[in-house]
Design a protein around this ligand. Structure first.
Ligand SMILES: [Zn+2]
Length: 137
């Protein structure tokens, strides 16, 4: 015969039978075992992804860099740093492109102060005040 329990708020439900009657030892719930296992494998998996950067060819890297410098304005220090690292890892020279951002704070120039004196072009960064000097050929 099914037993019904009546609760304080009026609803009633069937009593859940004890799997091991009259015992203090409760069986291990399978969900706890699974979650423990998943936690370990998940941690290993994320670490694996974190330490493995995606592999790209030199051609792809060159294309990425070209695309990046097409709209350099409004980029952050982090993005410039990332693309600079990418270029360095593939031995790709930035050439004239490196004159589009500040050497010190790695922020793209937006209306910089440019002065030409004795065949030397000096560009002052508006963000940090660093002066880059380039010889004009
Ligand atoms: Zn700067």
């Amino acid at each position: 015969m099914p037993e019904f329990q009546t609760f304080g708020d009026g609803h009633s439900s069937r009593a859940i039978p004890d799997p091991i009657p009259n015992s203090e030892v409760k069986p291990a719930t399978p969900c706890a075992l699974v979650s423990d296992k998943m936690r370990n494998t998940g941690a290993v998996f994320t670490n694996f992804i974190y330490f493995m950067p995606e592999k790209i060819s030199k051609k792809e890297a060159k294309k990425q860099i070209e695309e990046f410098f097409l709209n350099i304005k409004g980029r952050t220090t982090r993005e410039v740093q990332k693309i600079k690292k990418l270029a360095m890892s593939f031995n790709l020279p930035l050439k004239e492109k490196r004159k589009t951002f500040c050497k010190k704070c790695l922020i793209p120039y937006v209306n910089p102060k440019i002065r030409i004196k004795n065949k030397i072009k000096s560009t002052t960064c508006k963000n940090c005040g660093h002066v880059s000097r380039w010889r004009i050929k």
